[in-house]
Design a binder for this molecule. Structure first.
Ligand SMILES: [Zn+2]
Length: 380
């Protein structure tokens, strides 16, 4: 199916029109989810107004409160047009004078669609005075375009041009809209280049580097975390603590390689643990003892107080970042830096990214005893 969004920002949030083409649909019922703060104005199926029902609010995994919308038609519909408006609250989302941020977490566009999205795009209107990260500007129509490069759910970050501060080197462009944060962008770009020099070609096989974008949402959203998508790292703020900055950069950048295990199940521990350990290995390899201790200190809950990594129902347990990091710390203490480095490299190189394949690779290429020990630890 295809999914195209027309988007306009308003004083009250946003106005959006979503057009879906579903040529393979054979069902008279179509469903999707949308942030519950968004109010649907109209739905059309194959050009005719359609009626819909909205189920009660629920919290989809990692995302803002949403509602499931169900559209029923006499004949299976092949084109769906949904118009809605409102301000979708959500993590790393919001609209201010200087920043507009929307993402997968805020469910600002229809999700959990009946077919995989094969073609996608967002067109933004009324944003001539703004810069859209990862977007292209159409000067003739004064519109910004986003998407169309492999569906990577619409994570939009816009800065008002007059407020944008930005620093670039060969590896990254760092942007923010806060004058106090601007001097930190310089530090971040430099720390990023240093980390990348270790990852790309030393810890991991070298690849051609396409510069990333890093965006701070400060002061739009409260401080708390960061996320990485294709070519884009979004953080709630730049820290003025150089250790925090180095840690954040190293962890998020590591996800360029440490990724691919299913994030919605306990298997996601592999992405997080190996990314955190890539950061720890970087700290060690570059002689930054203080950074190594700083990162480890983020995981100070005793292992015994955390639930097992592997869950009976496959769900992702609480504290999986901490437990996995501490587990590999045990490997680091009992074996060596090189052993942990090998474990991280093996995960990054896996074709099928899951724990069973990772343990098999460890069994064959590192140590059968270590593979058995690790497998046991997952249930403790
Ligand atoms: Zn992470």
């Amino acid at each position: 199916m295809t999914l195209h969004m027309d988007l306009t920002f308003t004083a009250a949030g946003l106005q959006a029109t979503c057009q879906m083409a579903l040529p393979k649909n054979e069902s008279p019922a179509l469903g999707f989810i949308l942030n519950s703060a968004l109010k649907i104005r109209e739905i059309q199926c194959d050009g005719a107004p359609a009626s819909w029902t909205e189920e009660s609010e629920f919290a989809p995994l990692y995302r803002a409160a949403s509602r499931r919308i169900c559209v029923r038609t006499a004949q299976p519909a092949h084109a769906l047009r949904v118009e809605y408006e409102g301000l979708p609250a959500g993590w790393c989302s919001g609209v201010s004078e200087d920043i507009r941020a929307l993402n997968w977490y805020s469910v600002w566009f229809p999700q959990e669609l009946p077919f995989p999205v094969e073609e996608d795009g967002v067109t933004l209107y009324g944003c001539a005075d703004w810069v859209l990260l990862k977007g292209t500007y159409d000067a003739q129509n004064q519109t910004w375009h986003y998407g169309g490069q492999g569906y990577d759910p619409f994570n939009l970050v816009l800065y008002r041009k007059a407020s944008l501060h930005c620093v670039s080197n060969d590896f990254i462009t760092v942007s923010c809209a806060d004058a106090q944060q601007a001097p930190l962008a310089e530090q971040i770009a430099a720390s990023f280049a240093q980390t990348l020099a270790y990852y790309n070609g030393t810890l991991f096989p070298q690849k051609t580097w396409t510069p990333l974008d890093m965006a701070s949402l400060c002061p739009l959203t409260p401080p708390g975390g960061a996320y990485k998508r294709k070519g884009l790292i979004v953080t709630t703020q730049f820290s003025d603590d150089p250790l925090q900055t180095a840690w954040l950069n190293a962890h998020e950048l590591a996800h360029e390689w440490c990724t691919g295990a299913p994030t919605h199940t306990w298997e996601g521990w592999l992405n997080e643990t190996t990314a955190e350990w890539a950061a720890l290995l970087f700290a060690q390899a570059s002689g930054q003892e203080a950074l190594f201790s700083y990162i480890l200190a983020q995981h100070d809950t005793p292992m015994s107080a955390l639930p097992p990594i592997r869950t009976a129902d496959g769900s992702r347990p609480e504290g999986v970042h901490d437990k996995g990091t501490l587990l590999l710390y045990e490997v680091y203490r009992r074996f060596s830096f090189e052993t942990v480095q090998r474990l991280v490299q093996l995960f990054a190189a896996l074709e099928t990214k899951d724990t069973a394949h990772w343990l098999a690779a460890i069994r064959e290429q590192v140590s059968p005893e270590l593979a058995v020990w690790l497998a046991e630890q997952l249930d403790l």
